[in-house]
Write a protein that binds this ligand. Structure first.
Ligand SMILES: C[S@@+](CC[C@H](N)C(=O)[O-])C[C@H]1O[C@@H](n2cnc3c(N)ncnc32)[C@H](O)[C@@H]1O
Length: 268
């Protein structure tokens, strides 16, 4: 079996997991994965994944000034570079259009980068409610959303998601068509439970960062983020209310994955 360092001490090796699924006999030395038939330079492939990601985004998800400025604003305002990638933003739009989304909920706004992708795929009368716990992040996001000309379509609510979600539920509005969960990881399962309450059959619920460079494989992990997504992933495997899968990906971001669940018409 290939060696995957689950404690994150030899970071590059985690990518090897992607390449070794079907190969029985292999060793990993100095970033080189040697199988019975071939030696793969993993470092080179990490660069290749990033180049291919950029090739795809250049073709299908080019960023305009509002998106580029949003990413710049994160550095300028001291926010972390934790936004989705351009291709992931485009993926969210594809999902929105596929389910004809008019009402969208997002957990975790940061500087509003994913919010802008989501809001741009809404029809004229569509709305994104986005929840952000950090006041400063909320202010930066509000500016970026304004600069993108999307203030009318975005309702940004500042506070803890677990405090705001019951309030949204109490508003008794129409169910959401798509829910994107991208806030803190430990309560992902609780967020998903709320998402289900705010859904209808056919609602898409998408949860980011559920693979965490392969650390989800470590059943003894003491990392609360890993434990949080492990609880969610297990729940998805057992739930009769949704049909779910996880797409794992490499590219300009670290090796990770998104869970995609659709609310069933009947329990399955
Ligand atoms: C990964 S970033 C979101 C990135 C954003 N979706 C994007 O792609 O542009 C996570 C955000 O969730 C926020 N957050 C963390 N804990 C939260 C909580 N309990 N409730 C709401 N937001 C939270 C963080 O402050 C951070 O801005």
């Amino acid at each position: 079996m290939c060696s995957i360092d689950l404690k994150g001490q030899r970071k590059k090796q985690s990518v090897s997991h992607l390449l070794c699924g079907r190969v029985r006999s292999q060793t990993l030395i100095n970033n080189h994965l040697t199988t019975q038939h071939t030696t793969i330079n993993l470092k080179m492939n990490t660069e290749l994944f990033s180049q291919v990601d950029k090739y795809i985004s250049g073709l299908l998800a080019p960023e305009d000034k509002a998106l580029i400025d949003t990413i710049k604003s994160l550095d300028n305002e001291g926010l972390p570079q934790h936004s989705v990638s351009p291709n992931q933003g485009k993926f969210l739009q594809v999902m929105m259009i596929a389910c004809n989304a008019k009402k969208v909920l997002e957990l975790g706004t940061l500087g509003g980068y994913s919010t802008i992708w989501l809001a741009r795929a809404l029809p004229e009368d569509g709305k994104v409610i986005t929840i952000e716990v950090d006041k400063h992040h909320g202010e930066v996001a509000q500016k970026n959303i304004h600069n993108a000309g999307l203030s009318q379509k975005v309702d940004l609510r500042v506070g803890k998601a677990l405090d705001i979600l019951p309030k949204i539920f109490a508003e008794n509005g129409e169910p959401f068509d798509l829910i994107f969960i991208d806030a803190d990881k430990p309560p992902y399962k609780e967020y998903f439970d709320y998402a289900l309450q705010l859904s209808r059959p056919g609602t898409l619920i998408i949860c980011d960062n559920v693979i965490r460079e392969g650390k989800v494989l470590d059943t003894n992990s003491i990392d609360e983020k890993v434990q949080g997504v492990q609880r969610l992933n297990k729940m998805l495997s057992e739930s009769k209310k949704v049909t779910a899968t996880i797409l794992h990906s490499v590219g300009v971001k670290e090796y990770d994955g998104m869970a995609i669940a659709v609310v069933n018409r009947i329990n399955m």
